[in-house]
Design a protein around this ligand. Structure first.
Ligand code: UDP
Ligand code: MG
Length: 331
């Protein structure tokens, strides 16, 4: 009798941990990768077929000027599980990822780069974790690949600052992420125009699993991120997730006021006690300090203001020029 009860408990437990199944949509932003996109897609498909994962690709051409669109269009015509979208111009990787996420309508979705720097061999494992119930499975860079010391130093500062000043920790985070439909639905409820996929995917929460991966070196083509472009992304991300710089200005203001009281008091005392001032050193120093701190403060406020300006305009994040699915034009 007791044995039967035990068996019943085990079966009811198994019912609860029933694995999920569903088609995996793979969203890939593509920019100026005409020469090797076909090879990359071939490699990813090979792995998916080998592991019997039902899949579809959503390839978003982010306004490339080389033969990328011709390649994507040909791929979409040849394979019915490849959809190709083309943005009207280069809106940036973030916008291309948005277009893919908004277009997809599957139970689970994966975002990855087109240059195989995100190892496709990890996809089956990520998919298995999703089947076990995880809602976000994210690739974490165990090593940053062939990056200069300066880039490594800057990204370390950026991620530290962000994790200290906001509730999200993005250390070594990447855009290589598998997301459950629930997460995409939550993401769609975030209406901001300036998006930072990594930050938004961390902000939403949900049951998460992290997998470490080594960033491979690019085999062909070049990185599209210049230092200035990365800096723009970093400032955009920081001002999206933390208002600490604005509070910092207020604190700085108070400190400056305190200094002013002390120095002002001392200057007045010297004047009243008949001691002549030596020169303009103090005046010049004060002017410099106050001038620069006011400029910095105004600059920071300006960055936030420009973000508000962009948000209130409410422009679309991207515009789609063309779309091909199952060999047919969809837009
Ligand atoms: N990408 C994009 N739009 C851009 C720049 C890049 O869609 O304006 C895509 C690019 O094709 C690749 C991914 O974003 O699939 C990552 O780009 P890249 O390899 O240049 O970045 P890195 O690996 O150097 O960070
Ligand atoms: Mg890359």
């Amino acid at each position: 009798m007791e044995q039967i009860e035990n068996i019943q408990t085990v079966t009811s437990h198994l019912d609860k941990v029933q694995v999920k199944t569903g088609r995996l949509a793979i969203v890939i932003p593509v920019y100026q990768e005409g020469n090797h996109i076909r090879a990359s897609i071939g490699e990813i498909r090979r792995i998916l077929i080998e592991h019997c994962i039902d899949y579809e690709f959503i390839l978003v051409d982010d306004g490339s000027t080389d033969n990328t669109w011709e390649q994507l269009a040909a791929l979409a015509c040849e394979n019915k599980n490849i959809t190709a979208l083309r943005l009207t111009r280069n809106f940036g990787k973030e916008a291309a990822v948005c277009a893919g996420l908004e277009y997809a309508d599957t139970e689970v979705l994966l975002v990855m780069d087109s240059d195989l720097q995100h190892p496709p061999e990890l996809i089956p494992e990520m998919y298995r974790y999703w089947q076990e119930g995880y809602e976000v499975v994210e690739g974490i860079k165990s090593d940053r690949g062939k990056e200069g010391v300066f880039y490594k130093f800057c990204s370390e500062i950026f991620y530290r600052f962000l994790s200290k000043t906001s509730s999200i920790d993005l250390k070594n985070a990447s855009d290589f992420k598998l997301l459950d439909k629930k997460v995409i639905e939550a993401w769609k409820r975030m209406p901001e125009r300036t998006t930072f996929f990594r930050g938004m995917a961390a902000w939403v929460g949900f049951l998460r699993k992290q997998l470490a991966f080594e960033v491979r070196n690019r085999t062909t083509g070049q990185s599209k991120w210049s230092f200035l472009r990365l800096l723009k992304l970093a400032v955009g991300a920081m001002t999206s997730y933390t208002t600490v710089p604005l509070h910092f200005i207020t604190i700085m203001g108070f400190i400056m006021f305190l200094l002013f009281l002390i120095l002002g008091g001392q200057t007045l005392y010297m004047k009243l006690s008949g001691q002549a001032l030596d020169g303009f050193t103090t005046v010049i120093l004060l002017l410099l300090i106050i001038g620069s701190s006011v400029m910095i403060s105004l600059g920071i406020i300006g960055i936030y203001l420009s973000k508000i300006y962009h948000e209130v305009k409410g422009r679309p994040r991207y515009l789609i020029a063309d779309g091909i699915r199952e060999g047919e034009k969809i837009c």
